[in-house]
Design a protein around this ligand. Sequence first.
Ligand code: GLN
Length: 307
Amino acid sequence: MSIAHYQQVLNEIAIEVRPLLTQGKVADYIPALASIDPNQFSIAIYTTDGQTVCAGDCSERFTIQSVSKVMTLTLALQRYGDALWERVGKEPSGTAFNSLTQLEFEKGIPRNPFINAGAIVTCDALYGRLSAPRYFMLDTFRKLAGNQSIIIDKAVANSEYEFKHRNAAMAHLMKSFDNFNNDVDDVLWSYFNFCAIELNCIELAKAYNFLANKGVDCSSGKQVLTSLQNKQLNSLLFTSGLYDAAGDFGYRVGMPGKSGVSGAILAVLPNKFTVAVYSPGLNGFGNSVAGITALELLSHKLDISIF
Ligand code: GLN
């Protein structure tokens, strides 16, 4: 499939999803996200041979929110390997991304690394191995996306911290079950800063291109994950990347994916490309309405999926 064909398809999608932009509801749990204009859309493909295609507001940056959880897991797998799975599970949760109830029943072991509790415990693990986690994470994105101007949105990070109570409750619950080593507030501050990293769709697709390339960053040739870890991570994304809507996303899109409450979604077509989409209006599961439809249209129009 040629780049020109990808471009034509992305242009069509940007037009077709336009009526959906006003249908979702922007995240309102913090003022910094509640004030975002819902009428935005962008989509970018980054191919494993290093080409970029984009449609919509391609230069518009947004906080990546839970899409950062994929990099958190990546960094933790690099440092802990399979030992990480003693602290976090591999099963779909079937509950909301910020649910507390399952954590109580399951004695402080979160179901998977892509719900909040799972990402927070993974941050706790990382906190023990990195001296300045938020700078390390920012630097990781800068290097992989190839842009030193990438920053953390301080207003979003501060706002998340001010309204941290639910995430703090998860961390304290895990601590009560002996599954949390560091100071809760310190780890949450890292977690919120990871969520508040700002990228545009092109940068997001590029930063995660190793997921489509057997764990190797195609720009630098650097092995980010082993091929086996990369397969395992993509498998978990397919089953759990969209929380309690992972089944519906898998059915509609046919690719592993990860969403965030900012309206960002990343999806992976192994050996071909990563694709990032952004549109802030969310459905009841906290996933972008236009974003999911755009990826569904992409998979239909290009006749692609992992199956
Ligand atoms: N910052 C958000 C939170 O911790 C991330 C959740 C998400 O994107 N689903 O609640």
